[in-house]
Design a protein around this ligand. Structure first.
Ligand SMILES: [Zn+2]
Length: 158
């Protein structure tokens, strides 16, 4: 099996446990087909950060020519209790200065949101506008339902 994805597709989605072994089959993606990048909430917070780094490698080194941004219903980052997380960090010895060093603040650093659809549209737009991602790579935004396995197009890349 080669390193490059057989279907030349990269998928960027959330780390939610319910997507494991469920999203890929729903998309018809099997081992060797696609690069899959995950984080908390399908968030892009930095135009040269880790997600963009991975997508740049996927496109420019491994031949991906199509991107899918896939949010999901009932995402934990849509109602993240930042105060509770901060309290847990402090209770478990994370230094206050490590927390206060996060820019611009803890809440924005987490990149939470209220509307899962708005987040998919926003992230899709950020990828389309990112100069490191060539204009000939379509970026599709989709919504996954972790209860049913249903997929819905939020915005088509072409
Ligand atoms: Zn999620």
């Amino acid at each position: 099996m080669k390193r490059a994805p057989q279907r030349r597709v990269a998928v960027f989605t959330c780390m939610d446990t319910r997507l494991v072994d469920f999203l890929e089959p729903a998309m018809g993606i099997r081992r060797g087909d696609a690069m899959v990048i995950k984080n908390a909430g399908t968030a892009v917070l930095d135009p040269t950060g880790g997600v963009i780094r991975s997508l740049t490698v996927a496109i420019h080194a491994l031949g991906c020519n199509e991107l899918f941004v896939i949010g999901h219903l009932d995402c934990g980052m849509a109602d993240l209790d930042v105060k509770q997380v901060e309290a847990d960090m402090k209770r478990r010895g994370v230094p206050a200065d490590a927390i206060s060093s996060l820019k611009p603040d803890l809440e924005e650093w987490f990149g939470g949101f209220r509307d899962v659809y708005a987040n998919v549209r926003r992230v899709t737009g950020l990828l389309v506008d990112n100069p490191l991602i060539p204009a000939d790579v379509p970026v599709h935004g989709m919504m996954f339902d972790p209860a049913t396995g249903g997929l819905e197009v939020v915005n088509a890349g072409y």
